[in-house]
Design a protein around this ligand. Structure first.
Ligand code: NAD
Length: 490
């Protein structure tokens, strides 16, 4: 009997999601006072990072546009939003949540097209969480007395919000939902490489008949963000992005009376003890660092593995990574999509080359890299030491550093040996060990036998250079409210 060649037997056929659901415009204006208007700056293009083709022309907000947007938000705050009851604000938020659900497929396709993330992630994670965030905070809008910061807490006024490109619509939801529930009006600036879903969201706000000016969306790069956060008529600044920009914003807003929350970078330890369920841990490590191409602030980018299981864990991990499919973000079978921009790809390459030069052992998953677009195959660095730059700096890409430890005390010391403190993971069969270790980790979020789980009811935020303030849960409301006295919030 002839031998059966099964080399390609289990290959997946292409399963691209159709883009016909999108009704994109050739060019987008700024969303100010409920309408799309032209910007005064020189417009720019947003491109698909997987093909490098242009998606749309985007308006660029200069200082004049920032003035107009802040004035619109102030006017809406004074005239309408601050006069509505919490129950009425909640109705708008519920309406927005339902419209996000209705247009979920369109939003997922737009997000994958503009950001490069696999459609199965935008479809199954990002967009459902966006809707969940609006539903969750819709429920809080008429219950602010119970948020734990005293009776009758007051809104702050106009919130300036600046977000990054890794979860464009989800970061928008994290910012806008609690701000509106608490009674503030908003001017939000998405990242310059991923403005698309924020602009489709503006159409959803029109559909929801949100009063004009309550949410304004202005596009542009760092200069636009700088003008927005430093505008004198802004009461609150919420920033998610790099530690360097966060630090500059903290300096420039100091003494201005603006309330500030910063969600910045991370370098999370994912700690695997020798009694961990190894199969689950492998999936958790993969999800921890290769989800969203590693463009995740809380990514488990440092694997701390107990020395006696190191070879088994790393061996299995390499086998698992060899099965991941890299390619078209719109293909439903894709596991690893495109890197969001050429600049980010250059940074990942540079830090990886430094890792190699510093003596870490580099392994790259065997992937075929497409000719066009920005791509980086899943990569592991073994034999990394805590002094290596790849163990200290945020790579923000699909690159895992592997370090070993012998005792829980050594794991804790190495995990905390970082300027950041956003998240961590612990894998062990023993609940008592998990609790004891978690207690000593300096990280805002700690996952046990899982990783990268999010829920709107759960507060999220960091220690040290990962920023301050919390998003999510009732804690996330405190960032948008002025306490009127007695406080139970911790
Ligand atoms: P970035 O700081 O370069 O940009 C973030 C946003 O800030 C963009 O919209 C950008 O246009 C704007 N910006 C740039 N310069 C500015 C300035 N001087 N003033 C005001 N705004 C300015 O960061 P990035 O490269 O877009 O995002 C990646 C970073 O974001 C990573 O460090 C990541 O860890 C972090 N991040 C953190 C969280 C969190 O919740 N902690 C979530 C997602 C991303």
């Amino acid at each position: 009997m002839a031998a059966f060649d099964n080399t390609n037997f289990l290959d997946y056929a292409p399963a691209p999601e159709s883009t016909t659901i999108l009704h994109l415009k050739k060019s987008y204006g700024l969303f100010i006072n409920g309408e799309f208007v032209p910007g005064h700056g020189a417009s720019f293009l947003t491109v698909s990072p997987s093909t490098e083709t242009t998606i749309a022309e985007i308006a660029n907000a200069n200082a004049t546009d920032v003035d107009l947007a802040v004035a619109a938000a102030r006017g809406a705050y004074d005239r309408t939003w601050s006069k509505l009851s919490g129950a009425d604000r909640g109705k708008y938020l519920f309406r927005i949540a339902r419209l996000v659900q209705e247009r979920a497929r369109e939003l997922a396709v737009a997000e994958s097209l503009d950001n490069g993330k696999p459609i199965k992630e935008s479809r199954d994670v990002d967009i459902p969480l966006v809707a969940a965030w609006f539903f969750y905070y819709a429920g809080w809008a008429d219950k602010l007395d119970y948020a734990g910061i005293g009776p009758n807490p007051r809104a702050l006024g106009v919130a300036a919000q600046v977000i990054p490109w890794n979860f464009p619509l989800l970061m928008l939801a994290w910012k806008i939902a609690p701000a509106l529930a608490a009674g503030n009006t908003v001017v939000l600036k998405p990242a310059e490489t991923t403005p698309l879903t924020a602009l489709i969201f503006a159409e959803i706000l029109q559909q929801a008949e949100l009063p004009a000016g309550v949410v304004n969306i202005i596009t542009g790069a760092g200069e636009t963000g700088h003008a927005l956060v430093n505008h004198p008529d802004v009461n609150k600044v919420a920033f998610t992005g790099s530690t360097a920009v966060g630090r500059a914003i903290a300096r420039s807003t100091a003494g201005s009376g603006k309330k500030l929350t910063l969600e910045l970078g991370g370098k999370a330890a994912n700690i695997v003890f020798d009694d961990a369920p190894i199969d689950e841990a492998i999936e958790g490590i993969v999800n921890g660092i290769f989800f969203n191409q590693g463009h995740v602030c809380c990514a488990g980018s440092r694997l701390l593995v107990q020395e006696n299981v190191h070879d088994e864990v790393v061996g299995r991990l390499k086998r698992r990574l060899s099965t991941l499919r890299l390619g078209d973000p719109l293909d439903k079978n894709t596991d690893i999509g495109a890197i969001n921009s050429r600049e980010q790809l250059d940074r990942i390459r540079e830090l990886s080359d430094i890792g190699e030069a510093e003596g870490a052992e580099r392994w790259t998953a065997p992937c075929v890299i497409p000719d066009k677009g920005f791509w980086f195959a899943p990569t592991i660095f073994d034999n990394v030491s805590t002094s290596h730059r790849i163990a200290r700096e945020e790579v923000f890409g699909p690159v895992l550093s592997v370090l070993t430890f012998r005792t829980p005390a050594e794991a804790i010391a190495k995990a905390n040996n970082t300027p950041y403190g956003l998240s961590a993971g612990i894998w062990s069969d023993k609940g008592s060990r998990i609790l004891a270790v978690a207690d000593q980790l300096k990280a805002g979020v700690i996952w046990a036998n899982t990783f990268n789980r999010f829920d709107p009811a759960s507060p999220f935020g960091g220690y040290k250079e990962s920023g301050y303030g919390r998003e999510g849960g009732r804690h996330g409301l405190a960032a948008y409210l002025e306490s009127t006295g007695w406080s139970a919030a911790k």
